[in-house]
Write a new protein. Structure first.
Length: 166
């Protein structure tokens, strides 16, 4: 399929099928974001993520042969927020592990996509356990702590001392 064959109203979802693009014909849409930067320390973001195409990626869309040729795989936490993309993430991580593909996980926590922080933390923890490198900010790593039953104040430095001693 050529890009000229895709109408402006049709949204594409990325997949590893025949070169990388599958056309969604079931009404999924492209996510939309508006960002207002008021100052270096103040901004607001409006996101529209209802029925978005990237969350429609399913395990059936993955091609193990294609993925086996990759050098790295980047997983975004937003893909864990809903099925079937959640299951596609875990299948992709299995393929990556099987074929020694280096895996990166950007926790990318967005509260409005989850039922609760605990739910987000549980799935983030499950994905993080399967990845070589985890990317995130303090709030995102707090989610992992929550999923492990540790309060954020129990954080420790790599040498085992409490953060207060740093």
């Amino acid at each position: 399929m050529r890009s000229a064959d895709i109408s402006p109203s049709t949204c594409c979802k990325l997949a590893s099928i025949q070169g990388g693009v599958t056309v969604d014909r079931e009404g999924a849409v492209t996510g939309l974001a508006f960002t207002e930067i008021k100052s270096p320390t103040d901004c607001s973001i409006l996101m529209y993520r209802d029925n978005v195409a990237d969350l429609k990626l399913s395990p059936a869309d993955l091609d193990e042969g294609y993925m086996s040729k990759a050098k790295a795989l980047l997983i975004s936490g937003t893909a864990l927020a809903k099925s079937p993309s959640r299951e596609a993430v875990f299948m992709a991580l299995e393929y990556a592990s099987k074929h020694d593909v280096v895996t990166f996980f950007d926790i990318d926590y967005r509260p409005y996509t989850w039922a609760s922080k605990l739910e987000a933390g549980i799935y983030a923890k499950l994905a993080a356990e399967k990845c070589d490198c985890i990317i995130g900010g303090r709030e995102e790593f707090d989610l992992l702590e929550l999923a492990m039953g540790r309060p954020p104040q129990a954080r420790r430095r790599l040498d085992g001392r409490p953060l207060a001693e740093a």
